[in-house]
Design a binder for this molecule. Structure first.
Ligand code: KG4
Ligand code: ZN
Length: 341
């Protein structure tokens, strides 16, 4: 039997489990989202997140094994999200992974959450080939990376303040939408009138590949304070906020491709689910001979499949983070993963 990897994601508000078999692919995955739990607080409550991961980790492992028709003893290694993320939430996944691995006498692989995201389009068909440019757009991160292979990442640019997902979520909150508001804002924007509002596109012409989104929430705040609160106005503001975020993401991604001379762009992270971003990239990419790759929609936001897959890639590579080293890294720079084999 080819090695079977169990993947555990618990860095934030989703408990994700998956089984990936080398040479065969993804066998099964399960997910529990905590969105309903955190909704009434308007954001993720770290302590509640940890407790919920404790509740769901083991039942989801059982469910995933059942779906894949496998048993615990079939597992060859356990990959878990080691960071970055919420300390307590990460510790739940790390504890379950290491305890189980110790009992089964198999190794664990500590995976960088963003590596999981940026390799996730490789789970889809067609998959990109190395090298490619990756735009990582999640609730906590906005980065452009050059990816030359597994573990060969070069940071091209990143946000200096808020992440793109954060800009979506904060704008959504100002418009009275639930957390996380990215998808809800984009739904509201569908009814928006183009060009009624125009928000700034910070650093669009900065000459580098960095981003800044913190000014957007101020612009949205001012617009909400100085206009009536009817549904059409809210939709028009949502439309303008989405346009501003997407315009910057598209422009910087195209510049990164031009600068590197690469023709493949991978979009990873929750904001990658945004339909307007997808349409714009498709349109503008096509004009420039650029191929754009996305993970399947269910793997855009946090999930166990991307962790199991990254674990399989790392196992194949005999990467240095394989072993029984138990620890989490709530803050972790992706480029620290680079090493020469
Ligand atoms: O990757 P992810 O699940 O979690 C992190 O690692 O942060 O990303 C979550 C982010 C949230 O900010 C959420 O609002 C945003 O992705 N998001 C979206 C959409 N779906 C999720 N933003 C814009 N449009 C969407 N359709
Ligand atoms: Zn994520």
């Amino acid at each position: 039997m080819k090695p079977l990897i169990l993947g555990i994601e618990s860095s934030c508000d989703e408990t994700g489990l998956a089984l990936y078999q080398m040479g065969r692919g993804l066998l099964a995955h399960s997910l529990h989202s905590q969105i309903a739990l955190h909704n009434e607080y308007g954001g993720v409550v770290p302590e509640l997140a940890s407790r919920d991961h404790v509740r769901y980790a083991i039942p989801l492992i059982r469910e995933t094994l059942r779906k894949a028709d496998c048993s615990l003893t079939d597992i060859a290694a356990i990959a878990y999200t080691q960071g970055p993320g919420l300390g307590g939430a990460l510790l739940v996944g790390a504890s379950v992974a290491n305890a189980l691995a110790f009992a089964l006498d198999i190794p664990t692989i500590g995976i960088h959450h963003l590596e999981g995201h940026l390799l996730s389009p490789l789970l889809s068909d067609p998959a990109p080939a190395f090298p490619f440019v990756a735009l990582l757009v999640s609730g906590g991160h906005t980065q452009l990376m050059r990816v030359d292979g597994v573990g060969r990442y070069t940071l091209l640019g990143e946000t200096l303040d808020d992440a793109a997902g954060e800009a979506f979520d904060k704008s959504a909150k100002l418009l009275g939408l639930d957390y996380p508001g990215g998808a809800l804002l984009s739904k509201l924007a569908l009814a928006g009138t183009p060009n009624r509002f125009k928000f700034p596109r910070p650093m669009l012409h900065s000459g580098n590949l960095d981003f800044s989104f913190s000014g957007l929430k101020t612009a949205v705040l001012v617009a909400t304070q100085h206009n009536p609160t009817d549904d059409q106005t809210r939709a028009d503001i949502a439309h303008a906020a989405q346009e501003a975020i997407v315009d910057v993401l598209v422009a910087k991604s195209l510049t990164a491709l031009k600068q590197t001379g690469l023709k493949q762009l991978v979009i990873a992270g929750g904001v990658g689910a945004n339909q307007h971003l997808r349409t714009q990239l498709q349109l503008k990419g096509q004009q420039r001979g650029i191929q754009v790759f996305y993970p399947d929609l269910e793997f855009c936001t946090d999930n166990g499949a991307m962790i199991a897959f990254a674990g399989a890639m790392r196992l194949e590579q005999q990467a240095p983070q394989i072993g029984f080293a138990f620890g989490v890294k709530p803050r972790w720079n992706l480029q620290q993963l680079n090493y020469t084999a």
